[in-house]
Design a protein around this ligand. Structure first.
Ligand SMILES: Cc1ncc(COP(=O)(O)O)c(C=O)c1O
Length: 399
């Protein structure tokens, strides 16, 4: 196995500039408050404005903790069912698995690589409590249709926007369609708040008031305190029956980094778009390589650059392609995501015997190119020519 790749799959998507670093250092040196202070408020307000949200934004420790908070508010019972695509990162589903409900795995659309509306329709029944719609790899799923279905059936809609900050549907930012939406600022995301971080958007007003307590150990001031130290610092409140609070607030330096990075996000996303278009164009003669279809009127944040290698009518395999990219050109291409229904954890818990044709087909034939935004133009062009050199050798028999 090659260890030192010329173009590795980077753990980090973008860097901080000197101005951003100086702001963070200032808090480290002089900040009296390191968590739940003014920067968290400032970042939440700016984020809300950035995505033009009519809901409320809550900064949290990760995308997973944002999902965790949303899941806790559904007060799930044994008979409840949650529809989630099998093709996504495991954190989309894990918070729901903590409860005694059932996860129903949906298939994907082979053109958009996102959750398939027809698969959702087949899974919906009276027990369906929520649908988690994932805007995967930066590209919006068919959220307008999914929203319509959920409204008709009175089902909660959660948008997983972990990979799609800045993505839009008809000029509306993702995160504005569901009852809840979550964003991730993990190190590989288009915007990272120093490695970890997340944002929960609560559009459904009836849930908003529960988040501050649930996010921070149920803390409330005691009423009628006799002395500042009696009975103690804070009371712990029960906001909802059966829901125990968490401790998920984002720190001040994370919030500060997010606050300033938001000013650069559109530029970073534009660079991703230009590069994605360049590589897609450069490989378009290879009919057996299919990139993610971005529907007209949608905008993708191009978090990643996955492609489906339609090996069916070729003398080649996806694995051979990845191997050659690695061994001959030093480029670390990877595959994503192991179908969730096949994970040991979920397989044991839900014991399903599913046939998610597109999900499995995609998983067996997809590849994902390194796509960190700090990759040099020279290396990016080298990656394109390396792909071309390999793909030119593939024999394709058109049907
Ligand atoms: C689709 C998706 N959902 C949820 C998450 C969870 O986000 P975090 O890593 O911030 O917990 C991720 C992050 O990798 C993700 O890609």
């Amino acid at each position: 196995m090659k260890k030192n790749f010329l173009i590795p799959w980077s753990a980090r998507s973008h860097n901080l500039n000197n101005f951003e670093i100086s702001k963070i250092v200032k808090i480290l040196k002089k900040g009296n408050v390191l968590t739940q202070g003014i920067w968290l408020k400032k970042f939440e307000e700016k984020f809300q404005k950035f995505i033009k949200s009519k809901g409320k934004a809550f900064g949290v420790t990760s995308g997973a903790s944002a999902i965790e908070l949303a899941a806790s508010l559904l007060r799930l019972k044994k008979e409840d069912e949650i529809i989630i695509p099998s093709h996504t990162y495991c954190a989309t589903a894990l918070p729901f698995a903590r409860y005694n409900c059932k996860i129903k795995w949906a298939d994907i659309d082979l053109n958009t690589f996102c959750i398939d509306v027809n698969s959702i329709k087949k899974l919906i029944n009276k027990k369906t409590k929520a649908v988690v719609a994932v805007h995967l790899y930066g590209s919006p799923c068919d959220i307008l249709t999914i929203k319509k279905i959920c409204e008709e059936k009175k089902i909660i809609l959660i948008e997983d926007c972990a990979q799609s900050l800045g993505s839009k549907v008809h000029n509306t930012h993702v995160g504005n369609f569901g009852d809840f939406a979550i964003f991730s600022f993990h190190q590989q995301k288009n915007l990272t708040t120093l490695g970890e971080g997340g944002m929960l958007i609560v559009n459904n007003k009836k849930f908003q008031k529960f988040i501050p307590g649930l996010r921070h150990n149920g803390h409330r001031e005691y009423k009628n305190k006799k002395k500042y130290w009696i009975p103690a610092m804070v009371d712990v409140y029960k906001d909802l029956d059966g829901v125990t609070p968490f401790n998920f607030p984002m720190t001040e330096i994370q919030a500060c980094s997010g606050f300033y990075l938001l000013d650069r996000l559109n530029i970073l996303n534009k660079k991703r778009n230009l590069r994605a278009k360049k590589i897609i164009n450069s490989l378009k003669e290879f009919k057996f390589i299919k990139f993610q279809k971005i529907e007209a009127n949608n905008y993708s944040s191009y978090h990643l650059l996955p492609a489906f290698f339609e090996t069916k009518n070729t003398n080649f395999t996806r694995n051979k392609f990845i191997d050659l990219m690695s061994k001959k050109y030093g480029i670390q291409v990877i595959i994503q995501y192991h179908p969730l229904d096949k994970y040991h954890f979920f397989k044991k818990k839900y014991k399903s015997n599913l046939k998610l044709k597109n999900t499995y087909n995609f998983y067996n034939n997809m590849f994902s190119l390194p796509f960190h935004v700090w990759m040099s133009e020279k290396k990016f062009d080298y990656m394109i020519s390396s792909c071309r050199n390999i793909l030119k050798k593939v024999n394709y028999f058109e049907e």
